[in-house]
Design a protein around this ligand. Structure first.
Ligand SMILES: NC(=O)c1ccc[n+]([C@@H]2O[C@H](COP(=O)([O-])OP(=O)(O)OC[C@H]3O[C@@H](n4cnc5c(N)ncnc54)[C@H](O)[C@@H]3O)[C@@H](O)[C@H]2O)c1
Length: 418
């Protein structure tokens, strides 16, 4: 801390870290910190590429801050004595960097992504338990308005006892994946080398939170299936930018991967990864309980006894609209400003970073901790195993080693009690 400001190192200055190469108005994590966190200063930046270091440094200086230390070696960030590290690299580096940061006693915020390696999950747990250093898993969707509303409805008993949740990562990423040949984006290699639910946590994180996974409940079994992989081949063959250079590329990743998870308390979860065929973006959270139903796509809340006509077109907003339930939203969403709404992914990035910095500054427990992180990330490795074994069910490890039975659920927001 210097002059009351947290000193932060950011490792990974690509699309997410610094909005490098983005043309859609994204500001990245760096822009969010610069615009919204007057008590935080980025003092060290790290990337493999000098032009990304220069790009990020210029943004920092243009905001009136001192020139940050630049480095291509993440170990230098750890040595620089920062108060916290943000990791926004490719997935393959997350755990390695996080472990070294935690060993040095520096709180780590780690971007989302799965892991192909269950051992890495145990390493994170063991490191946290030995050093006491916390890790914050940056699952920003836990902070989005829809997910917050669904969780608040569950906490308030409006939906009754929950039996089933569903979510998806539906996002046409064909250009990002193929474009990796120019941008060095890691997804190109990932999609060529693996076949799995490679990005489960945007939908699974909020679902796991509302089902008390790692605090009263746990995942017990998982089964995954992937369709054939033809979307990328088709896209490349029909795109002159890539058709010659990527003509020999083979993709293992199936176009659509579906995964089912069973929970100890009896709930089931359905996940869909859909990223290599044409479609619109969707997370599609649904929550089904004994008294009611929440649906993100149609923005509906259907509750027993509300007179809802079950034959009604779900897209026609009448009395089943989620807008009728805004009193259940946490204060963070009730009070959000227009400026904050513009600060990345419709406001959720702002609320997540604010929460992280507040926890670091005031030495509070992180609401999305190491046990949540590894339980959610491990779905990638487990789904890869299930698919490789002809879609056989696989057991899910209990990374809390039994502590889930006594751990108390910590939500990312304090929800109103109505
Ligand atoms: N939460 C969200 O909404 C959201 C959105 C986009 C991306 N992400 C996550 O952010 C992370 C980065 O994704 P991206 O799209 O920005 O990827 P990217 O490839 O654009 O950026 C990653 C950067 O990390 C750098 N890097 C890789 N290895 C490094 C190393 N050893 N040392 C220093 N720098 C290294 C690369 O050079 C690159 O600039 C991923 O984990 C991704 O899942 C999250």
């Amino acid at each position: 801390m210097k002059n009351g400001k947290l000193e932060i190192g950011v490792i990974g200055l690509g699309q997410r870290g610094a909005a490098y190469g983005m043309t859609d108005g994204s500001i990245g994590l760096l822009g969010n910190i610069l615009n919204n966190s007057s008590d935080v200063v980025v003092t060290v930046v790290c990337d493999r590429f000098q032009e990304r270091l220069d790009f990020a440094s210029k943004r920092i200086v243009d905001h009136g801050h001192d020139m940050p230390i630049q480095t291509t070696d993440y170990k230098e960030v750890i040595k620089a004595g920062v108060d916290a590290i943000i990791i926004s690299t490719s997935w393959d580096m997350h755990v390695k960097v996080a472990l070294e940061g935690m060993e040095a006693g520096i709180p780590v915020a780690m971007e989302v992504g799965g892991t192909h390696n269950i051992d890495d999950c145990w390493k994170l747990v063991d490191c946290h338990e030995r050093t006491g250093t916390q890790i914050f898993f940056m699952e920003n969707c836990c902070y989005y308005k829809d997910e917050a509303l669904a969780t608040s409805l569950v906490r308030n008993g409006v939906l009754g006892d929950i039996s089933y949740c569903q979510g998806s990562y539906c996002h046409d990423l064909r250009e990002e994946i193929a474009g990796g040949i120019d941008t060095h984006h890691y997804r190109l290699k990932e999609y060529m080398e693996h076949n799995c639910e490679n990005y489960p946590t945007h939908e699974l994180g909020p679902i796991a939170k509302l089902l008390d996974i790692t605090s009263g409940n746990r995942f017990t079994k998982l089964v995954s299936m992937s369709s054939k992989a033809q979307g990328m081949k088709h896209y490349i063959a029909n795109n002159p930018k890539y058709s010659e250079r990527l003509k020999d590329a083979e993709f293992k990743q199936g176009d659509i991967t579906t995964t089912m998870i069973q929970c100890e308390r009896g709930e089931t979860i359905f996940l869909k990864l859909d990223t290599t065929l044409p479609r619109m973006c969707e997370r599609g959270l649904t929550v089904s309980g004994t008294k009611g139903f929440f649906c993100q796509t149609t923005q509906s809340v259907v509750v027993d006894g509300d007179g809802f006509n079950h034959e009604l077109d779900p897209y026609k907003k009448t009395f089943n609209s989620a807008e009728n339930y805004t009193e259940y939203l946490p204060d963070g969403w009730k009070n959000i400003t227009q400026e904050q709404l513009k600060s990345g992914h419709g406001g959720m990035d702002y609320l997540m970073l604010k929460n992280f910095f507040d926890c670091v500054k005031n030495n509070k427990p992180f609401p999305i901790d190491v046990y949540d992180a590894v339980t959610w990330m491990s779905v990638t490795a487990l789904s890869e195993l299930s698919i490789a074994q002809g879609s056989m069910p696989v057991d899910c490890p209990d990374f809390t080693r039994g502590k889930y039975k006594i751990r108390k659920t910590v939500d990312v927001f304090e929800f109103p009690k109505l």
